[in-house]
Design a protein around this ligand. Sequence first.
Ligand code: C5P
Length: 233
Amino acid sequence: MSKVIIACDFANRQKTLAFLKDFAGTNPYIKIGMELFYGEGPTIVKELKNSGFRIFLDLKLHDIPNTVRKAMTNCAKLGVDMVNLHAAGGIEMMKAAKEGLNTVPGNKTLLIAVTMLTSLSDEVVNEELLIKENVKNTAIHYAKNAKLAGLDGVVCSPLEARSIHQNCGADFLTITPGIRLASNSKDDQVRVTTPGLANELGSDFIVVGRSITASENPRESYLKITEAFTNGK
Ligand code: C5P
């Protein structure tokens, strides 16, 4: 099964369904983020899940432990395959999230922590947020916290995947955005990696948006990226 997650960054249900129509028979893993979720609500998640898609619900929770616990119970009830939160919320919050998922009998939702947003520079992290370490070291430290809290993995840059596996174990999942084919534009991503390099660096799943959604033939691009990621080319 493909480990390429398509970021469905669309404004509404109609655009999302129109896009996904092309993917019949490929059973992709799709990411529903804040844009689509806040526009359409949980109904779109249930609808796409019932249509057979594997779903990463990317809502990046960050609140007090009690609130996150209860919100995660509701995410688990939607039957999604993967959810996430910000590791910056702390170990207690991450443990509470796991407890929240586990209150739903038979729940198998993977719980993933965002380490550092790839939009943050060392300068912003040091001078604006007053974090003493650089982005990479902070991401590795947050990944260790996520591991301690019992999470399944982290969202990180492919360039950090190897160090995170070394620190947190080979089974600890690395979900990596910032992927581009060599021929694509970087758009607003700063550090980009090809699917093949992401495989070599140890990414377990890649999240791909515009290289698929904005391509002339999204289905073909998805299959090409899956092939390149699977075979490390
Ligand atoms: O279009 P593109 O491939 O850049 O989309 C990447 C997707 O991954 C977007 O949905 C973006 O929100 C998400 N993401 C990211 N960097 C992070 C976390 C999530 O690009 N650190």
